[in-house]
Design a protein around this ligand. Structure first.
Ligand SMILES: [Zn+2]
Length: 421
């Protein structure tokens, strides 16, 4: 049975375990004496690159050592690396890295985008989350540690891919932030500003988020829905329940407002997106007294919307309904919807995936938001990466065979994109 027929599984802890010493890895990759700068023609192994990144704790917002490590991997490959800090506490400072290796004049430019920050590990791991551990052998070998799939493993695969691509093939860049898992205010947006300033606008951009579901290659994301949260409030007049004519109950009006909002049919979906959806996510009044009509009632809704809407258009629509019921609305748009219509880029990526795994990828727009919502302003953008079964969970793990296959897929699609394929 070929690899592609094997369902993705996480092995039980045990069998063969090898704990990786962060100090050793840092000596290999982060102190300038990088493996790749030595005379050996051997390409860097993806799993070694991934372990080195995973051994640097980088809970969001990330700065410092994990970026030193990636710079240590990219500089010997001929990349010019720019790093900078952005933002202040509590959301920052955030570190960002832009690395570029320019091809001959007039070459096409292919960008890899991603993040080195990770979510907090939480409790109950069977090995130390920032001490990557290999378990199992052969096809069943897994690498455990925070960031294995989301998304230091993908970044390692990108590095390994470009190590196998000659500089003459074209311009390649890395757009890497330490602020994706947090508020994402000082990360990719700041990197996009820098790229615009430098005039380094890619022709295509691939984000390495873990989009595969059951096996590597079964899904890529060609779009994502947008997201807006809206806080609703209704003020009334407080009073005694026995004298309602002397009061104005805000709950009555809030309930009517929510009923009208809940009944909205925003759209029926499109060829590429499911229907936009509005959910009530909180209702509160905080009134402990049984004999008091409260002075204020509030609620919150969350809308995930497709590319028939914008955060602004939905905010206006909800505000009108809120005001009609004597209330107010305070919207915060966390991201607009985007779609890279299926075409040459998705076909090129699908071909690379098929060639390396035998899997035919589904083109999806499902799931939450990602930094692709910003990158879409630079160039067509698609997300493709490892299996997401363990992302954000304890015992996050990746199949080592998947890391190798992903590097080969990334190499293929980069070469095709640079060739103008
Ligand atoms: Zn991620």
């Amino acid at each position: 049975m070929g690899r592609q027929e094997r369902p993705y599984q996480i092995a039980r802890p045990g069998s063969i375990a090898r704990s990786v010493d962060a100090m050793v890895l840092n000596r290999l990759f982060c102190d300038g004496a990088c493996l790749m700068s030595q005379t050996t023609p051997t390409a860097p192994s993806v799993v070694d690159l991934a372990e080195a990144l995973m051994a640097c704790p980088s809970v969001t917002p990330a700065t410092g050592p994990v970026f030193d490590c990636l710079e240590g991997q990219l500089a010997p490959l001929g990349f010019e690396v720019t790093r900078f800090l952005a933002g202040e506490a509590p959301d920052g400072p955030v570190e960002n890295l832009f690395a570029i290796r320019r091809g001959p004049a007039g070459s096409r430019h292919f960008a890899f985008a991603g993040h080195l920050d990770v979510v907090p590990p939480g409790e109950g791991w069977t090995s130390a989350p920032f001490q990557p551990e290999r378990r199992g052998v052969g096809e069943n070998a897994l690498l455990y540690g925070r960031g294995a799939v989301d998304m230091k493993g993908s970044i390692a695969a990108m590095v390994a891919a470009v190590a196998q691509i000659p500089a003459e093939a074209g311009t390649v860049s890395f757009v890497i932030t330490g602020d994706e898992e947090g508020p994402a205010l000082h990360g990719t947006l700041a990197l996009i500003d820098l790229m615009k300033q430098k005039g380094d606008i890619p022709d295509l951009c691939l984000v390495g988020e873990p989009t595969s579901v059951n096996r590597l290659g079964d899904m890529m994301k060609v779009g994502r829905r947008g997201s807006v949260n809206i806080w609703l409030e209704v003020d009334g007049v407080q009073g005694h329940v026995a004298y309602p004519h002397l009061a104005d109950n805000p709950i009555t009006r809030l309930v009517a407002m929510l009923a009208e909002l809940d009944a909205l049919v925003l759209d029926e979906g499109t060829d590429w997106f499911q229907a936009s959806n509005l959910e009530v996510t909180d209702v509160s009044c905080g009134n402990p007294a049984t004999n008091v009509i409260p002075a204020r009632a509030s609620a919150r809704i969350s809308i995930r919307f497709n590319d028939l809407h914008t955060g602004d258009s939905l905010s206006r629509r909800v505000t009108d309904i809120a005001q009609k019921h004597g209330g107010s609305a305070r919207p915060i748009v966390s991201g607009e919807a985007f779609l890279t219509p299926p075409g040459a880029f998705s076909a090129m990526l699908a071909e690379a995936i098929r060639a390396e795994t035998g899997v035919d990828p589904e083109l999806s727009t499902s799931g939450g938001t990602s930094d692709a919502r910003f990158l879409k302003d630079l160039s067509p953008v698609i997300e493709f990466g490892l299996c997401n079964a363990t992302m954000h969970k304890r015992d996050e793990a990746v199949a080592i065979a998947d890391l190798d296959a992903l590097a080969r897929i990334y190499r293929r699609v980069t070469l095709a994109a640079l060739a103008g394929g």
